[in-house]
Design a protein. Structure first.
Length: 336
């Protein structure tokens, strides 16, 4: 019952509400620009939180953790992209958008893992908290790189789908990198993180109502709208749902295994810290990456990446994954 109750959080329930509202053909609609405003707010708030965590940390001691956080954020989307293309059930733009979610992290899953460790009486290092703060941007950048590269491949086969984007130009690797690093989502997230890291801490306290008090409410509104958007195109998901559902289980297990090896063998964390690194590798973002992909890769189908991250991987990790990663960490540490 406690595992099931972990699913009954407002953000997930609002996603379900939006999904159901669309399925029953409710007249509930969002103003056109509101979804973009919510996306901008979420990216700024997450970036500021990450910057504050970096400012509080001893960067010398945290350097290895930060490096491996970036490495996970860069590696996992590439692995996911390759697995998705191997299924031959989604095109490369959808694969890029989905893969970006699996290189990023779920704060909800991470907090659930902390609660699980607390129930087991297991201590943990604080450096996974810093890893949580820095893992969003690498995955988004890799997702955008993969999406930009994919547009060039799809342009010949499906010019109408990518026409609006290819008008911006489709040059070589320099052009791909420029588009990825100057994308509005990345600029907002990285810029906000830098502001949070260098701003006067007392001045940052004045932003507490903006970054913390209203965050969950804004997240609920965003997921309500995304639930409606996912339901609008749910027919596309059902067409390849079984295959993608399998990916939503296999990918977190693979990411969790990689995280356990990094946490224990490379970073030298204990059972608690290793479990948290595994959760970072296993989770899929449903906060920062969906708005980034919505803004930057509008061709991708939200019903794919949202239903996978929120409807498959999140509940799988909460109910099954976290205990599995914990026991893997125990095994690596020689525990029972």
């Amino acid at each position: 019952m406690s595992a099931f109750s972990n699913l009954l959080i407002p953000a997930v329930l609002f996603f379900a509400l939006g999904f159901i509202a669309r399925l029953i053909k409710s007249d509930l609609r969002f103003p056109p620009d509101l979804a973009k405003i919510l996306s901008i707010y979420l990216l700024v708030s997450i970036g500021l939180h990450g910057g504050v965590e970096l400012a509080r940390a001893d960067l010398g001691e945290a350097l290895a953790a930060v490096f491996w956080a970036f490495a996970l954020g860069l590696l996992l989307p590439v692995i996911g992209y390759g697995l998705l293309l191997a299924t031959r059930r989604v095109d490369s733009l959808d694969a890029a958008a989905i893969a970006a979610h699996y290189g990023s992290v779920s704060a909800g899953t991470f907090l659930t893992a902390i609660a699980f460790l607390g129930s087991q009486g297991v201590d943990y290092e604080r450096y996974p908290l810093i890893m949580l703060a820095v893992m969003e941007s690498p995955a988004i950048v890799v997702g955008l790189l993969l999406a930009t590269w994919s547009r060039g491949r799809l342009a010949a086969a499906d010019p109408e789908r990518v026409a609006a984007r290819t008008e911006r130009g489709n040059g070589g690797m320099a052009e791909i990198l420029r588009e990825a690093f100057t994308n509005g989502s990345v600029v907002l997230l990285v810029g906000s993180m830098l502001i949070g890291a260098i701003a006067n801490p007392k001045a940052m306290e004045s932003l507490h109502p903006f970054t913390t008090d209203i965050f969950m409410g804004m997240l609920c509104l965003f997921l309500l709208e995304m639930g409606m958007e996912a339901a609008r195109r749910f027919g596309d998901f059902r067409r390849v749902g079984l295959v993608l559902g399998g990916f939503g289980v296999v990918m977190p297990l693979l990411g969790g295994l990689i995280g356990v090896m990094i946490g224990h063998s490379i970073l030298g964390f204990g059972v608690g810290g290793t479990t948290l690194v595994a959760v970072l590798g296993a989770s899929a973002s449903y906060i920062a990456v969906p708005p980034a992909m919505r803004l930057a890769v509008p061709e991708a189908n939200p019903s794919f990446y949202l239903t996978l991250s929120l409807g498959v991987t999140f509940p799988f990790n909460v109910v099954v994954g976290i205990p599995v990663y914990y026991h893997l960490a125990l095994l690596m540490a020689g525990g029972t």
